[in-house]
Design a protein around this ligand. Structure first.
Ligand code: BGP
Length: 470
């Protein structure tokens, strides 16, 4: 018996409503910011949805979820992470009554999961705020958005309290500082936004996150609710103390969010940063009281690590919403994200050493251009050994953290089925154990095909990690 994974370890996979459901205007759903972002984060925002926006149809999960959940069950999933599209429930964000058809869809989706013994893990806000909130209030810049979000959370907590026992508030809540429109429905150009405005929007989301944490504990006492952080793992490019300090400062962009959710207050270094840079954020006494409602666990996404240096001339590379310097010891994915399994163990250790809360990896995976081939028995498949290697190596490092005594609740690999990528809105950047026949030109049958990694992951789950190659 080698495996160190606990017997109740929550193995599964993750998606987000806007990256898979499609049905962008069906059954009363309102537009979300994603419906006018045809080319991802760096693309233009269109006046109205355009044909070239793959997310309008996604992978048609809205109509095919039963087939997909059955495939997840075949792999043995214990948990399935997805989000509730806010604009399916409150089409404009500030509506007084919810859209019943939207509520019915998620009732059916969660029932389908539970039919197979799969626990839903639900993200309340995953980069898909209602577009109307942007147009009418300039999104999270306006404090009234807190109450709109509280109404949304209260509605779904009460509706699904017997079906959903694991909740996350905001997906990668730290990303609002990098992508204010996608994360905060803020129409003002990022370059025009003052730091006071950006941190004010961040503050409103933090208050909303703590407020719904309190609400979840009251409405669903046997549920667990966590924050979700974009895990940016940063190494100094050289042992120069200047690079080390630069790394420490860069780390704070991530850890300040975990700090606030875990300790219930702003860290001194962030308040000092506000003061030093004349950043005005209205943190009321009532806000401070609300912030004290801390989370039950910390969840995060982990894909890669980056280097930081005090010397700006070094060569930079990509990462999940984060640019860093190239680490000469690491290989990169086709999208320039540096592959670093040990960085996952380092991040788990650092988070637990700092906050002593249970942890949950809710995103980890390799985006790659997969090639569909004819399998040995005539079926269509993908030989994604590269994805198996990536996932296997990360799970082996995760196991070492568990062996150190770190309580990790579960692991939902990102994009358990091919979906539309968030940063570039591409279909060709595939993450799934299941190939979806849809391409960047929008063409395809939408058929699903099991990749080689499907059987691999099914066996990992069946053996509770025993089958991993160490
Ligand atoms: C994270 C998001 C996910 C997912 C992932 C992969 O930031 O939480 O929604 O998209 O990144 O990134 P991408 O889809 O850009 O490859």
């Amino acid at each position: 018996m080698i495996s160190k994974f606990p017997t109740d370890f929550l193995w599964g996979g993750a998606v987000a409503a806007n990256q898979c459901e499609g049905a962008y205007n069906e059954d009363g759903k309102g537009l979300s910011v994603q419906d006018v972002m045809p080319h991802g984060i760096r693309g233009e925002i269109t006046e109205a949805p355009t044909e070239d926006n793959l997310k309008l149809k996604g992978i048609d999960f809205y109509h095919r979820y039963k087939e997909d959940i059955a495939l997840f069950a075949e792999m043995g999933f214990k948990v399935f992470r997805t989000s509730i599209a806010w604009s399916r429930i409150f089409p404009n964000g500030d509506d007084c009554t919810p859209n019943e058809k939207g509520l019915e869809f998620y009732d059916a989706l969660f029932d389908e999961c539970l039919k197979y013994g799969i626990q839903p893990l639900v993200t309340l806000s995953h980069y898909e705020p209602p577009l109307q909130l942007a147009k009418k209030y300039n999104g999270w810049l306006d404090r009234r958005t807190i109450s709109f979000f509280e109404r949304f959370a209260e509605t779904v907590f009460k509706r699904y309290k017997d079906k959903v026992k694991y909740w996350l508030t905001f997906n990668e809540i730290n990303a609002i500082l990098k992508a204010p429109f996608m994360c905060g429905a803020i129409l003002t150009d990022k370059e025009q936004l003052s730091e006071s405005q950006l941190y004010t929007a961040m503050h409103h989301q933090l208050v909303a996150s703590a407020s719904v944490t309190k609400m979840c504990h009251e409405i669903i006492p046997d549920a667990m609710i966590g924050c979700m952080i974009l895990g940016v793992t940063v190494y100094p490019l050289t042992p120069s103390p200047d690079d080390m300090i630069k790394t420490m400062l860069r780390d704070r962009e991530t850890y300040q969010f975990a700090h606030i959710h875990a300790r219930g207050e702003y860290p001194g270094y962030l308040l000092r940063y506000f003061k030093k840079n004349n950043i005005k954020v209205n943190i009321t006494d009532k806000d401070k009281e609300i912030l004290k409602n801390t989370v039950d666990f910390i969840s995060f996404s982990y894909y890669s690590s980056i280097c930081e240096s005090a010397d700006d001339k070094a060569e930079r590379t990509g990462g999940n919403l984060s640019k860093g310097f190239v680490n000469p010891y690491l290989k990169a994915s086709d999208w320039g994200w540096q592959i670093d399994p040990k960085g996952l163990r380092y991040t788990l250790t650092k988070l637990y050493d700092l906050y002593s809360l249970p942890l949950f990896i809710v995103e980890n995976g390799l985006g790659a251009e997969d090639v569909l081939i004819e399998g040995p028995n005539g079926e269509k498949t993908v030989n994604d050994d590269y994805r198996i290697d990536y996932l296997n190596s990360h799970l082996v490092e995760l196991e070492k953290a568990i062996d150190d005594g770190i309580p990790v609740m579960g692991y939902t690999s990102w994009g358990c089925i091919d979906i539309i990528s968030a940063s570039t809105a591409e279909m060709r950047k595939r993450y799934g154990y299941i190939y979806v026949d849809r391409n960047d030109d929008g063409k395809g049958t939408f058929n699903r095909y099991k990749k080689k990694s499907f059987e691999w992951y099914k066996n990992v789950i069946k053996t509770n990690g025993e089958s991993l190659k160490r």
